[in-house]
Design a protein around this ligand. Structure first.
Ligand SMILES: Cc1ncc(COP(=O)(O)O)c(C=O)c1O
Length: 426
């Protein structure tokens, strides 16, 4: 799978050949400000992928930096796993966080990554069944092309065929249906037997290709879950914390999950933090029971510096003005991109919500392949624009503090990049 050292670094392996490769040393990022990052060669880039879709407040968000430094000086480490002495800041932050969510989403567990929390959601759902004596109720249904992380159960939940092939054997009892095929979902539940299905996991807008659940689909999935007492897990690692112009894309559509997973923007990426929020029912039934302990937790869970960062992010979001800004600038960006569709000859569709935007490319009737998409990504970089690609879609997830002028700049640079890729073709 790894074709050259450049790809090796891209796939999270900072190997010796990758470090020795001159191209990578030059592209290493050395500093950031607002929506921009500078590389070692001195070039500034407009970061329309917000690091890894997570730096929602952009670089150098002073309030977050200050809160983290202050916490680091006061109590740099503590634990929430063993019985007593949790960091005070974790209690305060948990109260603040659930305060942003409706009843009965009142209970939160902390972790470091989205992958850890998607796995935890499944483990907790299964634990509820065990406590009830339903020991065979272990199956989880997810969507093809959904992304829920890597490692353990998270790899199985992620609906990518290639990842499954490369990581097999996977954690068992996870099944996939095509997004957003409600008939297939209902058939899958029937086929396995509702009494064996513990949970359905859903991203309200899938990050891969930016595919939003069609109108009413989330509500219908909720109804299916209610009919069979299946837990609905909302994975809002990407969509949460203002990315789509609201705190939670699922709850904004009036659909309440049983388990809600948050990550990425939770600290604007300034600290590795993720959260699993659960309902009163799950807490009462499975967690708040003297005879059982839900055996799940890692050393850094509830880390005080992460809690302080999370609190500062909530302070930034508190008055709702950033959400309104995201909706306005996101709409402008989508409109400007649509305006360019005809002139580029490549833009087939522009979709998404807030500042989670997919630009699907088509070359005539063809869906461009990986080589073409890599060429586009590299041409964007040459034009000073960083973005992500999934299949034949360009994914734009800039910091939420993107100005209107910067939104227009994204369009200018993207159009220039597409022009260089198509230049010289017959
Ligand atoms: C929807 C969703 N869930 C889970 C994850 C995994 O999060 P992490 O990379 O923090 O493990 C991601 C990461 O991109 C994601 O987009």
């Amino acid at each position: 799978m790894l074709r050259d050292p450049h790809d090796a670094l891209w796939y999270n392996s900072v190997t010796r050949p990758a470090i020795d490769d001159g191209r990578i040393a030059r592209t290493a990022v050395t500093q950031g400000k607002g929506c921009w990052v500078q590389d070692a060669a001195g070039t500034w880039y407009l970061d329309a992928r917000a690091a890894m879709w997570n730096t929602t407040l952009g670089y150098q968000a002073e309030r977050v930096v200050e809160a983290m430094c202050e916490q680091l000086r006061r109590l740099p480490v503590a634990q929430v796993i063993r019985y007593e002495e949790p960091p005070e800041v974790a209690l305060e932050y948990a109260r603040r966080l659930v305060g942003t969510l409706p009843d009965p989403l009142n209970h939160v567990r902390f972790g470091s990554t989205g992958s850890q929390m998607t796995s935890a959601a499944v483990l907790l759902s299964r634990f509820v069944r065990k406590v009830r004596g339903e020991t065979h109720r272990t199956k989880v249904i997810a969507f093809t092309n959904g992304y829920h992380g890597t490692g353990g159960i998270a790899s199985a939940l992620t609906g990518e065929r290639q990842m499954h092939a490369l990581q097999a054997p996977l954690a068992p009892d996870v099944h996939h249906v095509k997004p957003w095929n409600l008939d297939a979902l209902a058939r899958m539940v029937d086929r396995h037997g509702p009494e064996r299905v513990t949970a359905i996991i859903v991203e309200p807008i899938m990050g891969t290709d930016v595919l939003a659940a069609p109108e009413n689909t989330l509500r219908q999935i909720r109804e299916l879950c209610d009919r069979h007492d299946i837990h609905l897990i909302a994975d809002e690692v990407t969509t949460g914390f203002g990315r789509t112009g609201v705190m939670s894309a699922m709850i904004d559509r009036q659909v309440l999950p049983d388990l809600l997973i948050l990550g990425k923007g939770i600290t604007s990426g300034y600290f590795p933090l993720a959260a699993l929020v659960s309902t009163d029912a799950i807490f009462d039934e499975a967690i708040f029971r003297p005879e059982y302990v839900f055996p799940h937790g890692c050393t850094a869970d509830g880390h005080p510096v992460g809690m302080a960062a999370g609190m500062a992010v909530l302070d930034e979001l508190a008055d709702g003005s950033l959400f309104a800004h995201v909706r306005r600038v996101g709409e402008r960006l989508r409109e400007r991109l649509r305006d360019q569709a005809a002139s580029t000859g490549l833009i087939h569709d522009v979709r998404g919500a807030g500042l989670m935007i997919g630009v699907e490319l088509r070359d005539g009737d063809e869906r461009p392949g990986a080589t073409f998409m890599t060429a586009v990504r590299r041409a964007c970089r040459e034009a000073g624009l960083l973005l992500t690609t999934t299949n034949n879609t360009l994914v734009l997830m800039p910091p939420l503090v993107l100005t209107e002028a910067e939104a227009d700049e994204i369009v200018t640079r993207l159009v220039r990049a597409l022009g260089t890729v198509t230049a010289g073709r017959p």
